[in-house]
Design a binder for this molecule. Sequence first.
Ligand SMILES: C[S@@+](CC[C@H](N)C(=O)[O-])C[C@H]1O[C@@H](n2cnc3c(N)ncnc32)[C@H](O)[C@@H]1O
Length: 666
Amino acid sequence: MASQHDGNTIFLSEQEAERIRNTVRNRVKECSARVGHEREPRDSQEAIRQATGASLLADMGGAPDPDITQTNGRGHGGTLPALAVGQPYPPCAISVQDLQPMKLADLRMDTHHRGCKLTVKRASPVVPLTARSWTMVQDPDDAGGDIERLEICLHKSGYGDEDVLESASGFVIKEPYFTLTDQGEATIRIDHPSDLVLCRKDIASGSLAEDMDATTAEKMARSCKDKGNAALAKQDLQLAHAHYTEGLKVAQQKVLLDTNADLARDLSRNRAHVNLLLDRLDEAKTDATASLIGKDDQRSKDLDSKAFFRAGSAAYSLGEYQEAKDFFDERLKLMPDNKEATAFLKRIRRRLHEQETGSHDLKKIRAGLSRARPRVDAATFTRNTRVGESTRRGRGLFATRDIAAGEIVMCEKAFCVVWGHESAALTAMTYDLRDDRIRVSPVGLSKSIVQKLLSNPSQIERVMDLHGDYQGDGKAASSTEDGPVVDTFRVHDIMSRNAFGPGSQFGEEGASNASTGLWIWAAYINHSCIANAKKEYVGDLMVIRATQAIASGEEIFHAYDESSDYEARQKALMTTWGFECNCALCAVEKGDDPAVRKKRQELADEADAFVAREPWTNAKRLTIVKAQRLARSIDDTYDGKRYKSGLPRLATRRIQEWLANATPRR
Ligand SMILES: C[S@@+](CC[C@H](N)C(=O)[O-])C[C@H]1O[C@@H](n2cnc3c(N)ncnc32)[C@H](O)[C@@H]1O
């Protein structure tokens, strides 16, 4: 992840880094020694007592969190969770009904119980920690008997901030993974949210008896609809969605479709509304279109116009502006005087124009942004570019026409962005077992991406197509009868190699709560230290502008890391992005005498301090002379024969910018 505020570095003492490494390595060692061993039963009363105590402490803000590690750094409070990554395993790709039931007693140590499902009920309060939550669970029919720990890592909350373990009284765990915590305690562990199916007590199962008559079915479906409406009135969106879904299962049975098909339409229309509020846009669109009646009477027209509004709004939020326009055109046909539909169509036309031409009114967009509204209402513009193969760099982005210096190459609204001031922001120190590296990782972004994909499966393929070290099963997207399946390890690796930082546009942030986002199209742009394009951000809109003329067919590059310090730059490119840059500038810089490179960096640091200290407006002549002298000294460290024209002298950049702006005092 490249960030715009590299000054806010987090430091981990060698001791603390070693402690993290040892904890993880010990766990791995212990796990491999116990693979397949029988599980040791727990004392249920003691287990519940322990969980209740820890939960109470957590409520008071004082639960000991074993993940937390001590860090130092500018603009940073001092603690972050430390998480191990790099032992990926795929999520379950089988529907609950096709898995074999098992009991807690059947669990084996450090084993993925493939092909099995475990149905459990919650037996204790939930202990919410920073990066994970845990609780005690029992077999549902075994009151007071066998008990085990269940924890969910990172993806511990679903929609909003509600804890997933808190939101249900029972769970079906698909292909349970029974392992050890870092502290050596046995636990069932959930890494992929799609492996956990929630059973809410307040939802009646909609399974229909074979011989159910239409009257009974209608009564059941109506009751679900009423309960859904009541939950919606109380803003319990998840519950409303669950009731409508149960109602739909009944209403879509042939016996009821033959006698009262309107009930299924009503339930779909209502669920479309809830889906819009839950940002489940795919289903909102499908539900809204499924609810269309298509008759000429006024009531049907009113209902259909509502459905077109819901389908159009979902399409708009998905960035499918042409489809949104089609839906709103239909709405306007049914309600020709509807002012809101006319206004929405105007807005859609503006997006279509932006998408076509890239002529965004950036000034106006910027003016509409605030801390409370940090996301732009703007279309993505990619017409000038295409994805192609880039020699030794995987895929890259190429110009499809000549682009002049200063012109916009592309504009993209973030697929997902987490701002530092939002509750979803979570930074962790991750220790990757694959390359033995500890990194500062914006894990809150991976979590948000996973959530967005689970809510909008139509987007899974686009994200999974991005470059990442771990490929999982290599499939683009999969789902079961229980819903979409998302491999969280794959998303984490994709995020690590493709996320960027839009900077602190909305107030203070440090490295521990840096804003981060994923821009899918821009993620195909490769790095070069001698880039031909530069990125800037307007809220979550990434704007890539040509810094020099780019000919049609040429590859587009921006600099992932702009440090003038050759060693620091190479280290960042290797640690964060996993490659060694061999652009023409790096090739020349690599050949520099290390003593000259060191001297140059010292001067560059001096120049940075000068720039930070001295305002260029109304600068004294003497100050300007000093800046010129500093620029010359840096310049002198570059051997003119080797640094031919065209090769940037990165260390002089900031002081040269200062000089270009400086106006002498009159
Ligand atoms: C944001 S992605 C860029 C698109 C990527 N090349 C692809 O095939 O999807 C970043 C990854 O591209 C590769 N990459 C980018 N710039 C590179 C360069 N200058 N040299 C080698 N690999 C590069 C690295 O693997 C890096 O982790």
